[in-house]
Design a protein around this ligand. Sequence first.
Ligand code: NAD
Length: 499
Amino acid sequence: MTGQYTREYWQSALDAATLNGRMFINGGFEDAADGTTFVRIRPMDGKPGGTFARGKAVDIDRAVAAARAAFESGVWRKKDPAEKKRILLKWADLIRENREELALLETIDVGKPVMASLNVDVALAANCIQYYAELCDKLYDEVAPTGPNDRAIVRKVPLGVIGAITPWNYPLIIDSWKLGPALAAGNSVVLKPAEQSSLSAIRIAELASQAGLPDGVLNIVTGYGEEAGQALARHMDVDMIAFTGSTEVGKLIMGYAAQSNLKRVALELGGKSPIVVFADADLDAAASAAAWGCFYNAGETCHASTRLLAERSIMDELISKIEEVTAREITLGHPFEPSAQIGALIEDAHLEKVLGMIEAGEKEGSKRAFGAEKVMAETGGSYMSPGVFVAKSNSDSLARNEIFGPVLTAIAFDGEEEALKLANDTNYGLAGAVFTSDMGKAHRVSEGIHAGTVWINTYDISSLATPFGGFKQSGFGRDRSVHAIDKYCDYKTIWQRFG
Ligand code: NAD
């Protein structure tokens, strides 16, 4: 039900909105030290969005100094765990109270349907902060086995200052995946959101402060990756970088850490996830999962089901069913239209990159089954229709490279052995799925796919209770679940000898 949420409703909200693009450092809003700014162009209509402070190394220095001072003072890390919980729960409440504003900000930046921003992105971000809030007073340390005259306490202690660098596809969700566990563990954070999507990060930092998070514990520095991002990852007083983004930049981040202070690194990177469909599967269910798994969020999803591995005998039928589901359910439209299921791509440059990859793929011999064209150009926005290509083999560029648009590449296979070989013939290992009515086969293939999450007869079901992340060049370290706390802490032994 969309009720009051008509296109006009959101347009009036946009007309009335003031977009705050200033950095949030030590509890207050700040401009870049050199006063420079940049303007974000809205993907929904090509018009100017927010104007943002263009943070650089000197601004990162200010934010890291504030984070370090807050950490050393103990104002957050030494707080009674029940009080920490109360503050983080209040923050989750404030995110919910301000959900319409946050949804609008997310859609202005990213171009995704505002109803998805409201019901998915904002809702999941609030749930995530709540999940980690509730853990604050439920984590225990250990007492190691020792002789009778000794006592060794193994404490889990926060690392210190965490640098978080996040992408533009699910800004609120991914920011909350970093902030929830990092803050629950007692760290301070400097977050550098993607230059395309800073509005929601700035606003939730303000809400955290309103909830009672002490000054300096959470800081937001806006700016470009090569400037603010690199300065954060190279900083000598940052203890860890929690990064989500492309594999290419993930490799740079590891280099920066090695060249500076050997800070820890956790990387959530790209994917080219296989969805393996056997002839004995429920093809309607498989088609729906493949279409939604690949095209949701205009295909800008790291774990999107972008490689359809179909048993040869059902390949054509499956693609027809995917086309039907796409036409029937996955409505493309202006992000304020209540009926829109997918909206714009993040920006024109990205749209052109996706179209360029398609052109190269077609030259290599991949065949278009349907869609994948630039549309709605008259709106000034960056839109393309979802589409499917059939590759000659898993070696074609459309089958190998992360496209990050609504483009699914289908590859035929014969038998279980080949299916598994093709599924794992990729540099990535973020997710995968298998569709079959044979539970033995489902078990063997799901065990065999080398990926952080493998679904059986479904796609993209998840919860905060399960860890999320990848193998191979999809990175390492896990977001979500109790395990995410681990990467923001380390063990410290306190050994006492009696007598
Ligand atoms: P990106 O790598 O271009 O940018 C990610 C972040 O890194 C941004 O904040 C950017 O400003 C910053 N950055 C860029 N260059 C930098 C540099 N030299 N030093 C430091 N920081 C730098 O990625 P993107 O285009 O924003 O996002 C899309 C990518 O993110 C895709 O590859 C997608 O698969 C991946 N992703 C992965 C996950 C996951 O959980 N595995 C989730 C979402 C997105």
